[in-house]
Write a protein that binds this ligand. Structure first.
Ligand code: NAI
Ligand code: OAA
Length: 324
Protein backbone atom coordinates (compact mmCIF):
# COMPACT_ATOMS: atom_id res chain seq x y z
CA UNK A 1 0.00 0.00 0.00
CA UNK A 2 1.31 3.51 -0.90
CA UNK A 3 1.68 6.22 1.77
CA UNK A 4 -1.37 8.48 1.90
CA UNK A 5 -1.28 11.89 0.22
CA UNK A 6 -2.90 14.98 1.70
CA UNK A 7 -5.51 16.69 -0.43
CA UNK A 8 -6.87 20.07 0.65
CA UNK A 9 -10.22 21.23 -0.74
CA UNK A 10 -11.59 24.70 -0.04
CA UNK A 11 -15.27 25.57 -0.30
CA UNK A 12 -15.77 22.02 0.83
CA UNK A 13 -19.45 22.41 1.73
CA UNK A 14 -20.29 23.97 -1.64
CA UNK A 15 -21.88 22.37 -4.67
CA UNK A 16 -18.72 21.54 -6.67
CA UNK A 17 -17.14 19.91 -3.63
CA UNK A 18 -20.25 17.83 -3.05
CA UNK A 19 -19.18 15.92 -6.15
CA UNK A 20 -15.42 16.52 -6.00
CA UNK A 21 -14.70 15.26 -2.48
CA UNK A 22 -16.54 11.99 -3.07
CA UNK A 23 -14.87 11.28 -6.40
CA UNK A 24 -11.42 12.02 -4.99
CA UNK A 25 -12.22 9.78 -2.02
CA UNK A 26 -13.17 6.95 -4.36
CA UNK A 27 -9.84 7.15 -6.19
CA UNK A 28 -10.87 8.91 -9.39
CA UNK A 29 -8.11 11.51 -9.15
CA UNK A 30 -4.98 9.61 -8.17
CA UNK A 31 -5.93 5.99 -8.70
CA UNK A 32 -7.51 3.13 -6.79
CA UNK A 33 -4.21 2.31 -5.09
CA UNK A 34 -3.54 5.75 -3.60
CA UNK A 35 -4.79 6.32 -0.03
CA UNK A 36 -5.84 9.90 0.72
CA UNK A 37 -6.25 12.23 3.69
CA UNK A 38 -8.90 14.87 2.97
CA UNK A 39 -8.34 18.31 4.50
CA UNK A 40 -11.53 20.32 4.07
CA UNK A 41 -11.73 24.09 4.50
CA UNK A 42 -14.86 26.20 4.90
CA UNK A 43 -15.80 29.56 6.34
CA UNK A 44 -17.04 29.47 9.95
CA UNK A 45 -20.79 29.87 9.15
CA UNK A 46 -20.61 26.83 6.85
CA UNK A 47 -18.97 24.50 9.38
CA UNK A 48 -22.27 22.84 10.27
CA UNK A 49 -22.93 22.06 6.61
CA UNK A 50 -19.36 20.79 6.29
CA UNK A 51 -19.99 18.50 9.26
CA UNK A 52 -22.82 16.95 7.27
CA UNK A 53 -20.53 16.41 4.27
CA UNK A 54 -17.98 14.69 6.50
CA UNK A 55 -20.73 12.47 7.94
CA UNK A 56 -21.66 11.41 4.41
CA UNK A 57 -18.03 10.83 3.42
CA UNK A 58 -17.70 8.59 6.47
CA UNK A 59 -20.93 6.81 5.57
CA UNK A 60 -19.44 5.83 2.20
CA UNK A 61 -16.77 3.74 4.00
CA UNK A 62 -14.29 4.53 1.20
CA UNK A 63 -11.37 2.08 1.42
CA UNK A 64 -8.83 4.76 0.36
CA UNK A 65 -9.75 7.42 2.93
CA UNK A 66 -7.31 7.39 5.84
CA UNK A 67 -8.50 10.52 7.62
CA UNK A 68 -10.73 13.58 7.17
CA UNK A 69 -9.90 16.97 8.65
CA UNK A 70 -12.65 19.64 8.64
CA UNK A 71 -11.58 23.16 9.57
CA UNK A 72 -12.17 26.88 9.17
CA UNK A 73 -8.43 27.59 9.53
CA UNK A 74 -6.47 27.70 6.25
CA UNK A 75 -3.22 26.89 8.11
CA UNK A 76 -4.75 23.61 9.28
CA UNK A 77 -6.32 22.78 5.92
CA UNK A 78 -3.06 23.28 3.99
CA UNK A 79 -0.76 21.60 6.52
CA UNK A 80 1.59 19.36 4.51
CA UNK A 81 -0.90 19.35 1.62
CA UNK A 82 0.38 17.61 -1.52
CA UNK A 83 -2.56 18.83 -3.59
CA UNK A 84 -4.73 21.89 -3.00
CA UNK A 85 -7.98 22.43 -4.88
CA UNK A 86 -9.09 26.00 -4.23
CA UNK A 87 -12.80 25.88 -5.01
CA UNK A 88 -14.25 28.22 -2.39
CA UNK A 89 -14.79 31.75 -3.61
CA UNK A 90 -17.13 34.65 -3.10
CA UNK A 91 -19.94 34.55 -5.67
CA UNK A 92 -21.07 37.72 -7.39
CA UNK A 93 -23.79 39.41 -5.31
CA UNK A 94 -26.49 41.92 -6.36
CA UNK A 95 -25.00 45.18 -7.59
CA UNK A 96 -21.44 43.83 -7.49
CA UNK A 97 -19.22 44.95 -10.34
CA UNK A 98 -16.55 42.65 -11.74
CA UNK A 99 -13.98 44.79 -9.93
CA UNK A 100 -15.78 44.26 -6.58
CA UNK A 101 -15.79 40.52 -7.21
CA UNK A 102 -12.09 40.60 -8.04
CA UNK A 103 -11.33 42.48 -4.83
CA UNK A 104 -13.50 40.27 -2.59
CA UNK A 105 -11.80 37.17 -3.95
CA UNK A 106 -8.39 38.76 -3.92
CA UNK A 107 -8.70 39.04 -0.14
CA UNK A 108 -9.52 35.30 0.14
CA UNK A 109 -6.78 34.16 -2.22
CA UNK A 110 -4.05 36.30 -0.69
CA UNK A 111 -4.76 34.74 2.73
CA UNK A 112 -4.81 31.25 1.21
CA UNK A 113 -1.62 31.89 -0.76
CA UNK A 114 0.17 32.81 2.47
CA UNK A 115 -1.25 29.77 4.26
CA UNK A 116 -0.04 27.52 1.42
CA UNK A 117 3.36 29.19 1.55
CA UNK A 118 3.66 28.60 5.29
CA UNK A 119 2.16 25.12 5.58
CA UNK A 120 1.90 23.09 2.40
CA UNK A 121 4.29 20.46 1.09
CA UNK A 122 7.13 22.12 -0.87
CA UNK A 123 5.91 20.17 -3.91
CA UNK A 124 2.25 21.10 -3.54
CA UNK A 125 0.23 21.21 -6.74
CA UNK A 126 -2.38 23.97 -6.59
CA UNK A 127 -5.47 24.21 -8.79
CA UNK A 128 -7.71 27.25 -8.53
CA UNK A 129 -11.32 26.62 -9.56
CA UNK A 130 -13.03 29.53 -7.77
CA UNK A 131 -13.73 32.46 -10.10
CA UNK A 132 -12.15 34.60 -11.43
CA UNK A 133 -9.90 31.55 -11.45
CA UNK A 134 -6.86 32.81 -13.40
CA UNK A 135 -6.47 36.00 -11.40
CA UNK A 136 -7.21 34.26 -8.09
CA UNK A 137 -4.38 31.85 -8.90
CA UNK A 138 -2.08 34.79 -9.65
CA UNK A 139 -2.92 36.39 -6.29
CA UNK A 140 -2.35 33.15 -4.38
CA UNK A 141 0.97 32.62 -6.17
CA UNK A 142 2.19 36.17 -5.50
CA UNK A 143 1.48 35.63 -1.80
CA UNK A 144 3.49 32.41 -1.71
CA UNK A 145 7.07 33.58 -2.38
CA UNK A 146 8.65 30.34 -1.13
CA UNK A 147 6.76 28.22 -3.64
CA UNK A 148 7.49 28.12 -7.38
CA UNK A 149 4.89 30.15 -9.33
CA UNK A 150 4.54 27.14 -11.62
CA UNK A 151 2.92 25.26 -8.75
CA UNK A 152 -0.14 27.53 -9.14
CA UNK A 153 -2.56 26.71 -11.91
CA UNK A 154 -6.16 27.59 -12.78
CA UNK A 155 -8.84 25.51 -14.39
CA UNK A 156 -9.71 25.76 -18.07
CA UNK A 157 -10.14 22.00 -18.39
CA UNK A 158 -13.91 22.32 -18.15
CA UNK A 159 -13.81 24.63 -21.18
CA UNK A 160 -11.50 22.14 -22.91
CA UNK A 161 -13.86 19.25 -22.21
CA UNK A 162 -16.88 21.28 -23.32
CA UNK A 163 -15.08 22.04 -26.59
CA UNK A 164 -14.22 18.36 -27.14
CA UNK A 165 -17.87 17.36 -26.89
CA UNK A 166 -19.14 20.18 -29.12
CA UNK A 167 -16.69 19.20 -31.86
CA UNK A 168 -17.26 15.47 -31.47
CA UNK A 169 -21.03 15.89 -31.71
CA UNK A 170 -20.76 18.18 -34.75
CA UNK A 171 -18.57 15.70 -36.62
CA UNK A 172 -20.51 12.60 -35.51
CA UNK A 173 -17.47 11.18 -33.73
CA UNK A 174 -16.56 10.42 -30.13
CA UNK A 175 -14.65 12.71 -27.77
CA UNK A 176 -11.82 10.19 -27.75
CA UNK A 177 -11.41 10.73 -31.51
CA UNK A 178 -10.55 14.43 -30.95
CA UNK A 179 -6.92 15.40 -30.44
CA UNK A 180 -5.17 18.75 -30.16
CA UNK A 181 -7.97 20.86 -28.68
CA UNK A 182 -6.69 24.10 -27.13
CA UNK A 183 -8.23 26.68 -24.82
CA UNK A 184 -6.12 29.85 -24.76
CA UNK A 185 -6.28 32.56 -22.13
CA UNK A 186 -8.82 33.33 -19.44
CA UNK A 187 -11.57 31.13 -17.99
CA UNK A 188 -14.14 33.71 -19.05
CA UNK A 189 -16.15 34.72 -22.08
CA UNK A 190 -12.97 35.98 -23.80
CA UNK A 191 -11.30 32.56 -23.80
CA UNK A 192 -10.27 31.30 -27.24
CA UNK A 193 -11.24 27.69 -28.00
CA UNK A 194 -8.96 26.90 -30.93
CA UNK A 195 -9.46 23.96 -33.31
CA UNK A 196 -6.72 24.94 -35.76
CA UNK A 197 -4.45 22.13 -34.49
CA UNK A 198 -7.23 19.64 -33.86
CA UNK A 199 -7.81 16.37 -35.58
CA UNK A 200 -10.95 14.23 -35.43
CA UNK A 201 -10.28 10.56 -36.10
CA UNK A 202 -7.01 11.66 -37.72
CA UNK A 203 -8.52 14.30 -40.06
CA UNK A 204 -7.95 18.05 -39.60
CA UNK A 205 -10.98 19.45 -37.76
CA UNK A 206 -10.93 22.66 -39.78
CA UNK A 207 -11.66 20.59 -42.93
CA UNK A 208 -14.60 18.80 -41.30
CA UNK A 209 -16.62 21.81 -40.11
CA UNK A 210 -17.60 25.05 -41.82
CA UNK A 211 -15.70 28.15 -40.85
CA UNK A 212 -18.99 29.91 -40.12
CA UNK A 213 -19.97 27.22 -37.57
CA UNK A 214 -16.56 27.45 -35.97
CA UNK A 215 -16.53 31.26 -35.62
CA UNK A 216 -20.20 31.95 -34.97
CA UNK A 217 -21.49 28.87 -33.14
CA UNK A 218 -18.67 26.80 -31.64
CA UNK A 219 -16.54 29.62 -30.18
CA UNK A 220 -19.44 31.56 -28.58
CA UNK A 221 -21.11 28.37 -27.34
CA UNK A 222 -17.97 27.22 -25.54
CA UNK A 223 -17.36 30.75 -24.21
CA UNK A 224 -20.94 31.01 -22.94
CA UNK A 225 -21.46 27.44 -21.75
CA UNK A 226 -21.22 28.39 -18.07
CA UNK A 227 -24.04 30.89 -18.48
CA UNK A 228 -26.13 28.35 -20.46
CA UNK A 229 -25.80 25.84 -17.59
CA UNK A 230 -26.87 28.47 -15.06
CA UNK A 231 -29.91 29.28 -17.22
CA UNK A 232 -30.92 25.63 -17.59
CA UNK A 233 -30.12 24.36 -14.10
CA UNK A 234 -30.68 27.46 -12.01
CA UNK A 235 -27.21 26.93 -10.55
CA UNK A 236 -23.72 26.96 -12.00
CA UNK A 237 -22.04 23.84 -13.29
CA UNK A 238 -20.94 21.63 -10.42
CA UNK A 239 -20.48 17.94 -11.28
CA UNK A 240 -18.84 18.82 -14.60
CA UNK A 241 -16.56 21.34 -12.88
CA UNK A 242 -15.59 18.70 -10.32
CA UNK A 243 -14.94 16.16 -13.07
CA UNK A 244 -12.68 18.57 -14.93
CA UNK A 245 -10.79 19.44 -11.74
CA UNK A 246 -10.11 15.74 -11.34
CA UNK A 247 -8.95 15.49 -14.97
CA UNK A 248 -6.60 18.47 -14.47
CA UNK A 249 -5.00 17.13 -11.30
CA UNK A 250 -4.84 13.52 -12.49
CA UNK A 251 -3.06 14.48 -15.71
CA UNK A 252 -0.66 16.83 -13.90
CA UNK A 253 0.22 14.15 -11.35
CA UNK A 254 0.13 11.02 -13.48
CA UNK A 255 0.63 12.24 -17.08
CA UNK A 256 -1.66 13.36 -19.89
CA UNK A 257 -2.74 11.50 -22.95
CA UNK A 258 -1.79 14.13 -25.55
CA UNK A 259 -2.53 17.86 -25.39
CA UNK A 260 -4.68 19.30 -22.59
CA UNK A 261 -5.37 22.90 -21.57
CA UNK A 262 -4.12 24.33 -18.27
CA UNK A 263 -3.96 27.94 -17.10
CA UNK A 264 -0.38 28.41 -15.90
CA UNK A 265 2.05 31.32 -15.47
CA UNK A 266 2.69 32.95 -18.85
CA UNK A 267 6.38 32.64 -19.75
CA UNK A 268 6.57 34.51 -23.04
CA UNK A 269 5.50 31.50 -25.09
CA UNK A 270 3.36 32.53 -28.06
CA UNK A 271 4.08 36.19 -27.29
CA UNK A 272 2.28 36.19 -23.94
CA UNK A 273 4.65 37.93 -21.56
CA UNK A 274 4.90 36.92 -17.86
CA UNK A 275 2.65 38.46 -15.20
CA UNK A 276 -0.63 36.61 -15.78
CA UNK A 277 -1.98 33.06 -15.52
CA UNK A 278 -2.86 32.15 -19.11
CA UNK A 279 -4.31 28.93 -20.50
CA UNK A 280 -1.94 27.11 -22.84
CA UNK A 281 -1.78 23.75 -24.58
CA UNK A 282 0.37 21.51 -22.38
CA UNK A 283 1.52 17.93 -22.10
CA UNK A 284 2.12 16.39 -18.67
CA UNK A 285 4.66 13.76 -17.73
CA UNK A 286 6.39 12.74 -14.50
CA UNK A 287 4.40 15.19 -12.36
CA UNK A 288 5.27 18.18 -14.59
CA UNK A 289 3.53 20.09 -17.37
CA UNK A 290 5.22 21.56 -20.39
CA UNK A 291 3.82 24.05 -22.90
CA UNK A 292 3.49 22.60 -26.40
CA UNK A 293 5.72 24.82 -28.52
CA UNK A 294 5.99 25.58 -32.21
CA UNK A 295 2.32 25.72 -33.19
CA UNK A 296 1.65 28.07 -36.09
CA UNK A 297 -0.83 30.85 -35.42
CA UNK A 298 -2.85 32.68 -38.06
CA UNK A 299 -4.07 36.28 -37.68
CA UNK A 300 -7.48 35.15 -36.42
CA UNK A 301 -5.87 33.16 -33.61
CA UNK A 302 -3.42 35.91 -32.74
CA UNK A 303 -6.23 38.45 -32.42
CA UNK A 304 -8.36 36.14 -30.22
CA UNK A 305 -5.37 35.27 -28.04
CA UNK A 306 -4.55 38.93 -27.60
CA UNK A 307 -8.14 39.83 -26.60
CA UNK A 308 -8.16 37.29 -23.77
CA UNK A 309 -4.63 38.31 -22.73
CA UNK A 310 -5.75 41.96 -22.56
CA UNK A 311 -8.62 40.99 -20.26
CA UNK A 312 -6.24 39.15 -17.92
CA UNK A 313 -3.92 42.19 -17.81
CA UNK A 314 -6.91 44.36 -16.88
CA UNK A 315 -7.87 41.93 -14.11
CA UNK A 316 -4.30 42.06 -12.89
CA UNK A 317 -4.33 45.87 -12.86
CA UNK A 318 -7.50 45.84 -10.71
CA UNK A 319 -5.79 43.78 -7.97
CA UNK A 320 -2.20 45.00 -8.42
CA UNK A 321 -2.14 46.42 -4.86
CA UNK A 322 -2.79 42.91 -3.46
CA UNK A 323 -0.03 41.15 -5.35
CA UNK A 324 2.46 41.55 -2.52
N1 NAI B 1 -12.91 27.34 -13.34
C1 NAI B 1 -14.06 26.78 -13.69
O1 NAI B 1 -14.15 26.15 -14.76
C2 NAI B 1 -15.30 26.86 -12.83
C3 NAI B 1 -15.33 27.64 -11.71
N2 NAI B 1 -16.46 27.71 -10.91
C4 NAI B 1 -16.37 28.53 -9.70
O2 NAI B 1 -16.14 27.68 -8.57
C5 NAI B 1 -16.54 28.34 -7.39
C6 NAI B 1 -17.32 27.39 -6.49
O3 NAI B 1 -18.52 27.01 -7.10
P1 NAI B 1 -19.66 26.25 -6.27
O4 NAI B 1 -19.11 25.10 -5.53
O5 NAI B 1 -20.78 26.03 -7.22
O6 NAI B 1 -20.07 27.41 -5.25
P2 NAI B 1 -20.82 27.29 -3.87
O7 NAI B 1 -21.25 28.69 -3.54
O8 NAI B 1 -21.83 26.18 -3.88
O9 NAI B 1 -19.67 26.84 -2.86
C7 NAI B 1 -18.59 27.67 -2.55
C8 NAI B 1 -18.23 27.39 -1.11
O10 NAI B 1 -17.05 28.12 -0.81
C9 NAI B 1 -17.15 28.53 0.51
N3 NAI B 1 -16.19 29.61 0.76
C10 NAI B 1 -16.34 30.94 0.51
N4 NAI B 1 -15.26 31.61 0.91
C11 NAI B 1 -14.40 30.71 1.41
C12 NAI B 1 -13.12 30.81 2.01
N5 NAI B 1 -12.52 31.98 2.18
N6 NAI B 1 -12.52 29.67 2.42
C13 NAI B 1 -13.14 28.48 2.28
N7 NAI B 1 -14.36 28.33 1.75
C14 NAI B 1 -14.97 29.43 1.31
C15 NAI B 1 -18.61 28.92 0.70
O11 NAI B 1 -18.99 28.91 2.07
C16 NAI B 1 -19.30 27.82 -0.11
O12 NAI B 1 -19.66 26.73 0.70
C17 NAI B 1 -17.30 29.57 -7.87
O13 NAI B 1 -16.42 30.69 -7.80
C18 NAI B 1 -17.63 29.25 -9.30
O14 NAI B 1 -17.83 30.43 -10.05
C19 NAI B 1 -17.57 26.98 -11.22
C20 NAI B 1 -17.59 26.18 -12.35
C21 NAI B 1 -16.48 26.09 -13.24
O1 OAA C 1 -20.06 30.50 -15.37
C1 OAA C 1 -19.97 30.33 -14.15
O2 OAA C 1 -20.31 31.16 -13.28
C2 OAA C 1 -19.38 29.04 -13.66
C3 OAA C 1 -18.23 28.69 -14.52
O3 OAA C 1 -17.15 29.22 -14.36
C4 OAA C 1 -18.44 27.77 -15.62
O4 OAA C 1 -19.43 27.02 -15.62
O5 OAA C 1 -17.60 27.76 -16.52
Amino acid sequence: MKDPVRIAITGAAGQISYSLAFRIASGDMLGKDQPVILQLLEITPAMEALKGVVMELNDCAFPLVQDIVATDDANVAFKDADFALLVGARPRGPGMERKDLLEANAAIFSVQGKALNDNASRDVKVLVVGNPANTNALIASCNAPDLDPGQFTAMTRLDHNRALTQLAQKTGKHVTDVEGMIIWGNHSATQYPDIAHCTVAGKPAAELVERDWYENTFIPDVQQRGAAIIKARGASSAASAASSAIDHMRDWALGSDGIVSMAIPADGSYGVEPGIIYSYPVKCQGGKYEIVQGLELDDFSKQKMKATEDELRQERAAVEHLLG
